[in-house]
Write a protein that binds this ligand. Structure first.
Ligand SMILES: [Zn+2]
Length: 391
């Protein structure tokens, strides 16, 4: 007797796979489950061997099929006020509560629960299962899987990334760049500020430039009204600097991010910021002290997703869901942009649960949502038995 969807979800939630921890216990559990069903899987480890991606193909291995992709890590519960144990699946009012239920162990449980049917039927095109680590900290883990896949003789033809979209078909999302800026000035007694170089004040000048760029974009675009926030956004999220009011601060560090429309020329935007630092601010600082510096370090980046409306994957997934489903665009990112950008695999984002519940205390997925997802996957398997994928 193989575990059902509920048992799988309960077991998956019980693994504390917060990104800072190993995900190997969960990966071992999934690998054992697949092995028990006669499915081989490959693990792609991180450099320390403490985390792994899992990749498996069910069905013919000489042609590409549909990849079902999810990340195994979850965001921390630190500082969150939960009404139940985040790592114990708890049912209330037809909702399953627990960390990762929406983002995105609910999807993974639905996929795994469908594997017995995938193996017992004769699929004409395969299903690929791709589980990653460290998605929540910048889509890091999947890059190793992508590297491995880039040498594979056969690649998936299309991908469904099961991030929580309330089972809407998402064909586009924004990309992201994140940076840390370190301004190194010179300290001095604050009674003699001209003896120093005030790192906080130069940092603020650069932040003002970032805000100016944001203001320009808000007026001039580009815009895409299909997004809730219809333009690229720039935002400063953290800042630290100074040690005492009567000392000219020697150091200031801040972090900012750009969440950009796929069609935005984000390199040009980054150049505007780095050029302003190196051509306007730095000469002024170094006129006072040549040892001062501004360093801008890239923290993470992932591309946006813009799956063309004519890509077969969109109509294919819409048909699996039945009814008249429009496509949507979302502002949060996923691994779909990397699969498309690095491997050319077109994909959509579609999974159970809502992003409104993700990353929050009392995260939940509605049982109804899991049912819709299971229905989609069931029709996917039926469809792959009847005929191979649309060209
Ligand atoms: Zn997610």
């Amino acid at each position: 007797m193989k575990p059902d969807r509920l048992t799988l979800l309960r077991d998956l939630v019980a693994f504390d796979t917060t990104s800072r921890h190993s995900n190997l216990a969960l990966i071992d559990y999934v690998q054992d489950y697949l092995t028990g069903l006669g499915v081989d899987s490959e693990l792609v480890f991180d450099e320390t061997g403490s985390k792994a991606n899992l990749y498996a193909t069910i069905g013919p291995d000489n042609i590409g099929g549909v990849m079902l992709s999810g990340h195994t890590d979850v965001v921390p519960i630190d500082g969150q006020n939960w009404h139940s144990d985040p790592f114990t699946l708890t049912e209330k009012d037809a909702l399953y509560f627990g960390r990762g239920t929406a983002d995105m162990k609910g999807f993974i449980a639905c996929v795994l629960a469908e594997v017995p049917r995938m193996t017992s039927l004769a699929l004409k095109s395969p299903v690929h299962i791709a589980l990653s680590y460290d998605e929540e900290v910048g889509c890091l883990g999947v890059r190793r899987l992508i590297e491995t896949l880039s040498g594979a003789p056969v690649l998936p033809r299309m991908a469904i990334i099961g991030e929580p979209t309330a089972m809407q078909v998402v064909c586009a999302h924004k990309g992201k760049r994140a940076f840390r800026v370190s301004v190194g000035g010179r300290s001095a007694h604050s009674a003699y500020p001209t003896d120093g170089v005030n790192a906080i004040e130069y940092a603020v000048d650069l932040i003002a430039r970032i805000r100016q760029l944001q203001a320009d974009i808000r007026v001039h675009g580009p815009f895409d009204q299909a997004y809730r926030v219809p333009n690229t956004t720039l935002h400063v999220g953290t800042i630290r600097g100074g040690s005492a009011l009567n000392i000219v601060p020697e150091s200031c560090v801040f972090e900012f991010e750009i969440r950009h429309l796929p069609e935005q020329d984000v390199d040009a935007l980054v150049d505007e910021i780095t050029d302003y630092a190196s051509e306007t601010l730095l000469p002024a600082m170094q006129a006072a002290d040549p040892d001062t510096a501004i360093t801008i370090e890239s923290l993470t980046r992932y591309p946006g997703l813009a799956t063309g409306r004519d890509e077969p994957v969109i109509g294919f997934v819409q048909s699996l869901l039945g009814g008249d489903r429009s496509t949507e665009k979302i502002s949060f990112g996923s691994e779909a942009g990397l699969f498309k950008g690095e491997l050319g695999i077109p994909g959509v984002v579609c999974g159970p649960g809502s992003i409104q519940q993700a990353h929050r205390p009392d995260e939940f997925v509605a049982i109804e949502q899991l049912g819709i997802c299971a229905g989609m996957l069931g029709r996917l398997v039926d469809g792959l038995c009847e005929s191979s994928l649309p060209a």
